[in-house]
Design a protein around this ligand. Structure first.
Ligand code: C2E
Ligand code: CA
Ligand code: CA
Ligand code: CA
Length: 277
């Protein structure tokens, strides 16, 4: 009996070891990918639900490793956050997104008419000097702050709310828009909504995509829209996959939508073509 238990413990230890090794392998490969600038950004349009006009593009990280394998960000962003690599990754993403927007402006011969939205990890907000980073990035690419949206998750607000509030006010003072990402999935204390300079609530895809078949989801989406409206914030629904969904959301008072109905995340050139289309 004891031999059997020992065997099970060994199997478990081997299992843990295998996971740790896989994580460490991914961390090492990701570190190299950042250094060798092998990450890419894909750009997904965010559209006015009523007119379909593109208002901005969200920049989403993409990683194809040396073996040609694509790793989804839901795998490598957590590894980047645990290892601290999110700081260089986040800096790179900010710079690359700004560089792309500046290029689109040049092609358009002026303001190309859209913003770019960059994801800011809670870990990066705690560890990096995000305000000077944004200032430097905008200056380096000749962009004004109002061309940038920063997407934060509620987890950013948990650990040092006073510090984060200061950062958010400084970013807002530079003209950047602030969006609360994945709204409704993170945090139960809503008091922060009154205190922080938030422009947009992004309603998480988990409430949106299948809401037409689920009255509870409709109730949650309605409640979020009511809250945003009362607080003077705009709303973006994620995961808009059908025309019917876009129409229902617009009828409920949601302003913007993002999802496969409009486009999947696109390479920069394809995004520009869509913008000019
Ligand atoms: P997110 O910020 O919520 O980004 C939206 C995700 O939903 C993207 O997944 C996008 O491809 C996906 N999506 C958009 N429309 C639809 C749709 O209609 N249907 C479905 N099923 N999915 C849709 P993606 O690109 O895999 O990114 C996953 C997450 O990884 C992001 O979620 C974000 O949290 C994180 N992430 C990606 N890039 C970055 C980055 O540069 N920095 C940070 N900190 N996080 C990032
Ligand atoms: Ca986002
Ligand atoms: Ca989101
Ligand atoms: Ca989401």
């Amino acid at each position: 009996k004891r031999a059997k238990a020992t065997g099970r413990i060994e199997a478990y230890q081997n299992h843990v070891f295998t996971i740790a090794r896989a994580r460490f392998g991914m961390e090492t490969a990701l570190r190299r990918a950042i250094e060798d600038e092998r990450l890419r950004l894909a750009y997904q349009p965010i559209c006015d639900l009523t007119t379909g006009a593109i208002t901005s593009f969200e920049a989403l990280a993409r990683w194809r490793d040396e073996d040609g394998r694509d790793h989804p960000p839901t795998d490598f962003i957590p590894v980047a956050e645990e290892s601290g690599l999110i700081v260089p990754l986040g800096r790179w993403a900010m710079d690359e997104a700004a560089r792309t927007l500046a290029r689109w402006d040049r092609v358009a011969g002026g303001d190309c008419g859209v913003r770019v939205a960059v994801n800011l990890s809670a870990i990066q907000l705690q560890r990096d000097a995000v305000v000077p980073l944004v200032e430097r990035t905008l200056a380096a690419h000749g962009l004004s702050g109002d061309r940038l949206t920063l997407e934060l998750t509620e987890s950013a607000l948990v650990s040092d709310p006073d510090h984060i509030a200061g950062v958010m006010h400084a970013l807002r003072d530079m003209g950047a828009r602030l969006a609360m990402d994945d709204f409704g999935t993170g945090y139960s204390n809503l008091a922060y909504l009154q205190q922080l300079p938030i422009d947009v609530l992004k309603i998480d895809r988990s409430f949106v995509t299948h809401m037409l078949a689920d009255r509870d989801k409709v109730a949650i989406v309605r409640a979020i829209l009511g809250l945003a409206h009362a607080l003077g914030m705009a709303t973006t629904a994620e995961g808009v996959e059908t025309v019917e969904l876009s129409q229902t959301l617009a009828a409920l008072g949601c302003v913007y939508g993002q999802g496969y109905l409009y486009a999947r995340p696109l390479e920069a050139d394809a995004a520009l073509a869509m913008l000019r289309g």
